[in-house]
Design a protein around this ligand. Structure first.
Ligand SMILES: *Cc1c(COP(=O)(O)O)cnc(C)c1O
Length: 368
């Protein structure tokens, strides 16, 4: 009688707060009785340009092979990543999205009693994967929304096995400069792994772009995670990868499902990686949209956290009510109260017209 079904799961599983994704367009259309075509979704940091047209063409061919299992080793994609980034094939692990890479790192290296460190306001998946394996998350308070790397070093204990660093971070958009990041890596003990999540690297200027791949030889405890979900526009296919020492890659591959990256994702990612023109257009569109949205926010007298990603978090009185009003008008942004940012909303950078619509609706809400 007293044993509820939920008690069948261990306490660490029951304590997990489910991931809250952006509301799907179809769901809002149902809830508000709106036309899907009238809804603007700026809630999941997706690429408003869609995907590479070359990838789309390749996908149309690849669909005929769906009856076959995918290549469990992602041979062609591995070759493309290896060439592009100048790493050995054995240093690459592929994931069902880079979320899978984060989870594989937790499953391969963390166990009950271990500690994993991450920042306050950091990407929600770090606590999720840490708790799922029964390890303990150690949260380092942010400094002006940014990672406090000296604070991370102070938080290291004999139980620390893994550190998650998001650069740029989501939902704050903050970036750690290269000197600070390298100094940090030099001070982290060799037996503590650092997972450096670079999901937004393609949105960084050539000056700011990460150099961490070149540091892999120096730091054997470094795991770099990348994704095809953002600038490459393949979020729905689910594919990402990790770059690391071959010994770490071997361990992560042992806990990886053999067919974790589907065949369409492999094809699209391989072609997308070579379509530098599409990534350049995505970067330029994001720069323009970021300027449009931040100028619009300034004109509305709203403050925001300067962002290096394809999204920006802005401050608003009564964020929850403003979010509801935006939804009613068919504009989906992301509330970030679950990131301990109850006064903020995060908006993803969209196309010119989508950004304009967001700003116009927001202005009307603030005036009313
Ligand atoms: C969007 C995002 C990812 C990407 O997740 P995928 O599983 O690759 O879609 C990873 N890390 C951060 C910080 C993100 O914001």
């Amino acid at each position: 009688m007293s044993l509820s079904l939920s008690e069948l799961a261990p306490a660490n599983i029951r304590a997990i707060a489910p991931y809250q994704g952006g509301k799907p367009i179809s769901e809002l259309a149902r809830e508000m009785g709106l036309n899907e075509a009238d809804i603007v979704k700026l809630a999941s940091n997706e690429n408003p340009l869609g995907m590479s047209p070359k990838a789309q063409m390749a996908l149309e061919e690849a669909i005929y092979e769906i009856a076959r299992y995918p290549d469990g080793n992602s041979f062609a994609l591995r070759d493309a990543v290896s060439r592009k980034y100048g790493v050995q094939s054995a240093q690459i692990v592929f994931g069902n999205g880079s979320n899978d890479i984060l989870e594989l790192a937790a499953r391969a290296f963390l166990t009950a009693g271990d500690e994993a460190i991450y920042s306050q306001h950091a990407f929600a998946v770090y606590p999720l994967v840490t708790q799922a394996v029964g390890a303990t998350g150690v949260v380092v308070p942010a400094v002006e929304f940014a990672h406090d790397l000296p604070g991370f070093l102070k938080a290291i204990t004999p139980k620390t096995k893994l550190i998650f660093v998001a650069n740029p971070n989501n939902p704050t958009g903050t970036l750690i400069n290269k000197t600070d990041l390298k100094t940090f890596l030099q001070q982290v003990p060799k037996h503590v792994l650092v997972v450096l999540d670079e999901a937004y690297d393609e949105y960084l200027s050539s000056v700011d772009k990460s150099e961490a791949i070149a540091w892999l030889t120096e730091f054997e405890n470094l795991i770099i995670s990348r994704t095809f979900s953002k600038a490459y526009g393949l979020a729905g296919l689910r594919v990402g990868f990790g770059l690391m020492h071959a010994t770490l890659a071997d361990l992560m591959n042992r806990v990886r499902q053999p067919f974790n990256v589907n065949s369409l994702a492999q094809v699209a990612a391989t072609v997308s990686l070579q379509d530098e023109d599409f990534v350049a257009r995505s970067y330029a569109a994001n720069q323009a949209g970021m300027a449009q949205i931040t100028q619009g926010l300034e004109q509305l007298g709203l403050s925001y956290i300067p962002s290096y990603g394809n999204f920006v978090s802005f401050k608003v009185t009564n964020a929850s009510a403003v979010n509801q009003a935006l939804l009613k008008s068919g504009v989906i942004v992301r509330p970030v109260a679950n990131y301990e940012m109850p006064d903020y909303l995060r908006v993803s950078i969209g196309l010119f017209g989508e950004n304009a619509r967001f700003l116009e609706v927001l202005e009307n809400i603030l005036k009313s």
